[in-house]
Design a protein around this ligand. Sequence first.
Ligand SMILES: Nc1ncnc2c1ncn2[C@@H]1O[C@H](COP(=O)(O)OP(=O)(O)OP(=O)(O)O)[C@@H](O)[C@H]1O
Ligand SMILES: [Mg+2]
Length: 340
Amino acid sequence: MAEKLLEVKNLKSVYKTRFNEKITAVDDVSFDLEDGKCLGIAGESGCGKSTLAMSVMGYYYPPLFYESGIVNISGIDITKIPYNQLRKEILGKEIAYIPQAAMNALNPTQRIINLIEDVMEEHISGITKKEIRKIAEDRFETLNLPKDVLQRYPIELSGGMKQRTVIAISTILNPKILIADEPTSALDVTSQKIVIKLLKDLIKRGFIKAMVFITHELPLLYNIADDIMVMYAGEIVESGEAEEVIFDPIHPYSNGLMNSIIVPEKGIKGKKLTVIPGAPPNLKYKLEGCRFFDRCLFAKDECKISEINMKYVNNRSYRCVLQVDELKEMYEDGKKPATT
Ligand SMILES: Nc1ncnc2c1ncn2[C@@H]1O[C@H](COP(=O)(O)OP(=O)(O)OP(=O)(O)O)[C@@H](O)[C@H]1O
Ligand SMILES: [Mg+2]
């Protein structure tokens, strides 16, 4: 069995607002990430994807607070260690994070090589500028990025090139795990494909060992993820192998996401475009029963009142009171949302 690089168990993270409200943005989330794998996380805006990423990195700054659970990175539970140790031993080396919209946050006054110097000098004591330049040039060459980018300022790069550069900088220390938060969302389709190829190359060439790829576009994960977790209102509602979750979703929310895609993908051509009615619940309220209840076309009264636990079927899991067969039958019967 492949080595488990990341193990998240029952993780709960909350935002505490100045109005004394508690927003549980990551609610009892568990998953593993194995060597060589790419885990895709999909879900609508506000479902907790970025909060989960920040929690896994131990980025707990007010108003975000750790509530409970464990995050094991290479055998160390990072929720139990001081921030200094986390920064010195784990961040950047064991795990790296490319935040959402990171490419727009590059320091505009520094050339790309200076940004790489900052990262390397912080982690490798005594490294010279000449050594850094050699490492950076070799890395850019291997990843098919033009070397002259190193001497440019961020403003001189196109969106796609900026994103590829951010990825190259974030992985220059060869972290075992990379968490990429919506790395393709601001890019055109061609640039998206190039960025996805670059991320795959990082694993293929052994610069990183495993990756978490976050997106709100479930079908996009077909091109990169081995496994997928679908998040809704802070919880995982479905997980399984990428191809199965995309082409044969079990949970009504995953099914809704797949029916609402705009770009046709292999195997799902000809489907009617539909929307999921309503909006996700406000996470500041205590939520009972199924969180998707109000928007689900297949909901029954019991969905609102029962506690909905994960069900495990073969290699898949989903959070719904209904059985797989019942759901499939309803999907086939065409009990679907109104077409747009
Ligand atoms: N600083 C904050 N203070 C209070 N609540 C917050 C804060 N940041 C996020 N939230 C809330 O936490 C929940 C999860 O937000 P998060 O940014 O993790 O979602 P997301 O899935 O990454 O969304 P998106 O696709 O838009 O990036 C949302 O309900 C959001 O309103
Ligand atoms: Mg986000």
